[in-house]
Design a protein around this ligand. Structure first.
Ligand SMILES: Cc1cc2nc3c(=O)[nH]c(=O)nc-3n(C[C@H](O)[C@H](O)[C@H](O)COP(=O)(O)OP(=O)(O)OC[C@H]3O[C@@H](n4cnc5c(N)ncnc54)[C@H](O)[C@@H]3O)c2cc1C
Length: 479
């Protein structure tokens, strides 16, 4: 039976195509608007700015499904989007008038504690991975929120609380199984297809669909020492300067960031702070928890915080500390940058911009990187900026309809902080990613190397809903 569908039944047919060839070779379910609520659930992504309606959602269960969807999109000449955890703030993991390849059903998780390796399917989230590896007292650098997908995170470099000790997530990639644009299934590692392996460690989803990641694990937890301090916002400049001075000389086991946020009405927050602008220091000591109090003393003892939750806590709880601050379904516009230097003037500007936030849900974060991130040579992976010790995030988050006001606040913040920044921030932290930003994140030399890889693995730019490295053919993208 011919199965033709439209992108949105409220609108005239933008295009119609026959799904039958996909259905015959695809083991998972293929959803269309006819599937009602199930289709709507499957198309929802983290960032509510991207309320898009794919023509069909193909929910892959195995490598064969991924091959079928990738080949079908090309033969039907329809654009393809890839979804894993659905947390792209740029909206890459959904699409209007195209095929959405949804990898969420591929949730294999296999921990090999002796080899200190985890094999993970692309549908797995960081909360799920941490839960499985922590059963063995192991972990790898992962998201600072549990709901983020492992796949897009690792491919985009992956910054997390463990990075000062164990490097970025992409530095812990041991191998990947990849479905390429021509439907082959290949392995990429240091010894097999090493150039592809290089490109996958920060070059994003440009070269194929990864159907399994093998990640290196390290002894971490299950208990660490850490938590949150909170102060009224008028202490922010002092708190940031103390954080900078302490973290500049802290050992790699001490990790953390300063968060400019609105104090939540939580039981551990004094009522006079509820709903007020506040500044938090989130920190942890990743060594022996009994050494935690002395390792974090200079941070904890600064300026009589209104809240101090620090103490022994499960590593999984540390990983979930920021979850309540940004639930799925809000509108998000993000910009981030690395700091070349962090003088008092940069801190003053950072605080000033946070104080003018257009939405109480928005946050700004100042964090320390360095350590193991900087141990990896710049040309070992596509991602740049490894020598920058500090970075900031500016997350515009809101629920009203005034997008332009909130987006302007983020853009103005980026401009205000530009004098102290340096290139190389991971592209996963931006909502707006144009060609210029992609080039400057990688640098011209590594960008050329990525283009060569793109020419080899995806010359027709089938995988282009991402931080796109365009092939050198110069041809317009196929429909
Ligand atoms: C709430 C939140 C917290 C975050 N915290 C952090 C953080 O602490 N550190 C950090 O570094 N980043 C963080 N990020 C950014 C995050 O790394 C990226 O959004 C990343 O893309 C999320 O991965 P995902 O699988 O959920 O993405 P998805 O939205 O599912 O995918 C995004 C894109 O990645 C590519 N992709 C995904 N899976 C595959 C695959 N298997 N094969 C090929 N290409 C693929 C595709 O181009 C896809 O469109 C956060 C984002 C959010 C929204």
């Amino acid at each position: 039976m011919t199965d033709t569908i439209s992108t949105d039944q409220r609108q005239p047919l933008a295009a119609a195509f026959d799904l039958a060839p996909l259905r015959t070779s695809f083991a998972g379910e293929v959803l269309t608007t006819a599937d009602g609520e199930r289709y709507d659930d499957a198309r929802a992504v983290f960032n509510a700015m991207f309320d898009r309606r794919p023509m069909a959602i193909a929910r892959a269960t195995c490598d064969g499904d991924v091959v079928a969807a990738v080949l079908f999109a090309q033969s039907a000449r329809i654009p393809l989007a890839i979804r894993a955890g659905g947390h792209s703030v740029a909206g890459y993991s959904t699409i209007d008038d195209g095929l959405l390849l949804d990898l969420r059903p591929m949730r294999r998780l296999e921990v090999d504690p002796d080899a200190r390796i985890v094999r993970v399917g692309p549908g797995v989230t960081w909360g799920e991975l941490d839960a499985a590896t922590q059963q063995h007292g192991l972990a790898t650098t992962g998201g600072r929120m549990t709901t983020t997908g492992v796949a897009g995170f690792v491919l985009g470099s992956g910054s997390g609380w463990l990075e000062r000790l164990h490097g970025l997530a992409c530095d812990n990639l041991v191998s990947a199984r990849v479905v390429t644009a021509d439907g082959r299934v290949v392995t990429a590692s240091e010894t097999e297809n090493p150039e592809l392996f290089w490109g996958l460690r920060g070059g994003g989803g440009n070269f194929g669909v990864v159907t399994e990641f093998e990640l290196r694990l390290h002894p971490v937890g299950p208990t660490v020492f850490g938590g949150v301090l909170m102060y009224p916002r008028d202490r922010a400049a002092h708190v940031c300067r103390n954080f900078r001075d302490v973290m500049a000389r802290a050992p790699r086991e001490v990790v953390g960031g300063v968060i400019m946020m609105t104090a939540p009405p939580a039981p551990f927050v004094p009522t006079e702070l509820h709903g007020r602008p506040a500044v938090s220091v989130l920190m942890a000591f990743l060594g022996d928890p009994s050494d935690g109090p002395s390792a974090l003393a200079e941070l904890r003892e600064f300026g009589a915080p209104a809240v101090d939750t620090t103490g022994p806590l499960p590593y999984e709880a540390l990983q979930a500390l920021t979850d309540p601050g940004n639930p799925p379904g809000r509108r998000n516009y993000w910009h981030s940058d690395l700091f070349a230097d962090l003088p008092d003037a940069a801190i003053a500007s950072f605080v000033d911009r946070a104080n003018s936030a257009s939405s109480p849900a928005s946050v700004m974060i100042l964090a320390r990187s360095g350590g193991a991130v900087a141990d990896v040579p710049e040309d070992a992976t596509p991602i740049g900026g490894r020598l920058a010790d500090w970075f900031y995030h500016c997350y515009g988050i809101w629920t009203d309809a005034d997008d332009q006001r909130h987006i302007s606040w983020v853009k103005d913040t980026a401009e205000a902080l530009r004098p102290w920044t340096t290139a190389g921030m991971a592209l996963n932290f931006f909502t707006d990613v144009d060609d210029q930003r992609v080039r400057s994140a990688f640098g011209e030399e590594k960008y050329r190397r990525l283009v060569e890889l793109k020419d080899r693995y995806d010359p027709d730019n089938v995988f282009r809903r991402n931080q796109n490295v365009r092939p050198s053919t110069g041809q317009p993208d196929p429909v």
